[in-house]
Design a protein around this ligand. Structure first.
Ligand code: NAP
Length: 539
């Protein structure tokens, strides 16, 4: 797992900065050089995309297809891939089937397994970047430190760690799983061993023979635990809340299947369609009839009973909430790893660290050499929020102090021409996020086209449209398993409001974002010249 494919190797600094002589055009060079030397004359682009995970790469492809070529993709890392670049922990894989977890416009007949590993998904995103000509648009190692709407110029000013741009529109594709969340625990700073978050895996460290504590029981921990348990001396899982686990029906995709998919591309599309239909049919149980999930819960109970013989361990691992309330975990190796003689489940959260002793909330102690935090991400407090400033000078974080809210998950009043990919309430409990991303990209492209056809410069949702959308959405949320299932999940804010998930089918969201409804928007016309300089089309 630690081995990297050639595509995963970190790029040399010059190349990764987007300043490599080999992959930039003359106009690119002008723009980059100007950025470095003259901050008042920032180059202007039609669109600045923040992030190069699935959302940012998808945005790049769709912009180019719409004939918009003067855009940059600003990426703080040294390669594309987003969460699939950052999460390289042992066992990292997707729990959504490969043929569904890919772009509809870039189907891949060669997926090696029914559920792809991180390396394959990351390599796929690198390939899409090349195939669709996105390299010249990429500005790697450019961390966006501020994006500020300039009302006088009707444009955004985007400041990065390596230069500044002005832009007609900003697409925030930073994703909800980008900034790790590590609990602030007493004594953690003085822990003498190694400490890291699951998305910042220390590949230099050999865990062989070490006493390792894994904190958390989410989708990451479920994959990490079985991957490291055979090599460590002792493994302790600090479990604040057990998760429901179903078997993962993973298998190799045969050469014959791949040959058929290659020869008849329609079969790849059909396979994707079938996977989609199955998941789409399940939505109703999550959002309207959580009672139906009892049947699925029985399957999970049986899975636990089959894999864990010890009744005491089984009791510890049995959740006390309805399946689906938290993300359902898929694994056939997690329980056996926990039942192994060198493992223990501490059914309590980690409370504090005293030297090398980890102390759980129930007082249980564990001597550790390494702590791995599989404690999730800043999801409901989207970190980019404190860097984006709207028409009144207010930050998005201030705007969202009572919880994230947008119109159709995409636009926010007070922040003209700011478009989200995976915005508020666009997450899914059980289906491929790529479907939601593509819906939001439809909406973005339609919005930009609408602006152009109307001769307007910017748009922002009316207060009424945004309020109604969120009222309806939160009303629908009341019946969902995420609200009624009796758990506290990362989908919820401190106040228990679900600002992350979409309470409906992906088809319903597709319909809701197919076209921009002008009655929901205020249009803004430009008063002043667009920008001091205009960057010519980059490619
Ligand atoms: P997560 O689901 O947010 O889980 C974090 C875990 O940390 C929870 O179990 C939480 O406990 C626990 N925790 C926090 N503080 C703790 C403490 N002091 N002591 C003990 N436990 C503590 O994070 P994640 O596993 O990284 O997954 C995040 C999301 O990433 C997933 O839900 C999924 O969307 C995505 N993901 C997807 C895949 C995939 O296959 N597609 C794989 C990995 C991740 P509580 O439950 O009690 O809060």
């Amino acid at each position: 797992m630690a081995a990297r494919t050639p595509q995963q190797r970190p790029r040399p600094a010059a190349e990764s900065s987007g300043a490599a002589a080999t992959d930039r055009t003359a106009t690119d060079r002008t723009a980059t050089d100007r950025t470095a030397t003259d901050r008042t004359e920032a180059p202007h682009v039609a669109v600045a995309v923040i992030g190069s995970g699935f959302g940012g790469i998808g945005a790049g492809v769709r912009l180019r297809r719409a004939g918009i070529t003067d855009f940059v993709i600003l990426e703080r890392g040294d390669s594309v891939g987003g969460t699939w670049r950052d999460n390289s922990y042992p066992g990292c894989a997707c729990d959504v089937p490969s043929h569904l977890y890919s772009f509809s416009f870039a189907l891949n007949p060669d997926w090696p397994r029914s559920f792809s590993g991180q390396q394959e998904i990351r390599a796929y995103l690198e390939r899409v970047t090349d195939t669709y000509g996105l390299r010249p648009h990429l500005r790697l190692n450019h961390e966006v430190t501020e994006a500020r709407w300039e009302p006088a110029h009707t444009r955004w000013r985007v400041t990065t760690s390596r230069g500044e741009w002005t832009a007609d529109a900003v697409v925030s594709a930073t994703g909800p799983l980008s900034d790790p969340q590590v609990p602030d625990l007493p004594g953690l700073d003085a822990f003498p061993g190694q400490v890291f978050h699951s998305s910042r895996w220390d590949h230099e460290l050999d865990l062989t023979g070490k006493r390792v504590a894994v904190i958390g029981t989410g989708a990451s921990a479920v994959q990490i635990v079985p991957s490291i348990q055979p090599k460590v001396a002792r493994l302790a899982l600090f479990q604040r809340t057990p998760g429901w686990v179903l078997p993962k029906m993973d298998r190799e995709i045969s050469e014959l299947e791949k040959r058929i998919h290659r020869a008849l591309p329609v079969t790849t599309a059909l396979r994707r369609g079938a996977l989609f239909a199955v998941r789409e049919l399940q939505v109703d149980a999550f959002v309207r009839r959580p009672g139906v999930l009892k049947l699925v819960q029985r399957l999970a109970e049986r899975h636990l009973a089959r894999q864990v013989a010890d009744p005491a361990l089984r009791a510890k691992l049995t959740p006390d909430y309805r399946i689906g309330c938290k993300r359902i975990l898929l694994s056939h190796t997690f329980y056996p790893a926990l039942a192994a003689p060198n493992s223990e489940v501490i059914a309590s959260g980690l409370r504090e660290v005293r030297g090398s002793t980890l102390v759980a909330a129930d007082g249980t102690e564990f001597e550790a050499d390494v702590i791995i935090f599989a404690t999730g991400f800043h999801v409901t407090d989207m970190p980019i929020g404190s860097r984006v400033f709207g028409a009144e000078g207010q930050s998005l974080a201030e705007e969202w102090k009572d919880g994230m809210a947008a119109l159709r998950g995409s636009t926010v009043r007070g922040f003209p021409n700011l478009f989200f990919v995976i915005g508020p309430n666009t997450g899914l409990g059980n289906n491929s996020m790529i479907l939601m991303i593509e819906s939001q990209l439809n909406y973005l492209i339609d919005a930009l086209g609408t602006l152009r056809s109307l001769g307007a410069t910017a748009l922002q949702p009316t207060e009424r449209a945004q309020r109604h959308w969120n009222q309806r959405l939160q009303h629908r949320m009341e019946r969902t398993v995420w609200t009624t299932g009796g758990c506290r999940s990362w989908y919820l804010t401190e106040d228990g409001k679900n600002t992350t998930l979409w309470p409906g089918s992906t088809s319903a969201f597709r319909r809701a974002t197919r076209r921009l409804d002008l009655t929901e928007y205020d249009l803004i016309k430009r008063q002043a010249p667009a920008a001091a300089t205009k960057q010519e089309a980059a490619v």
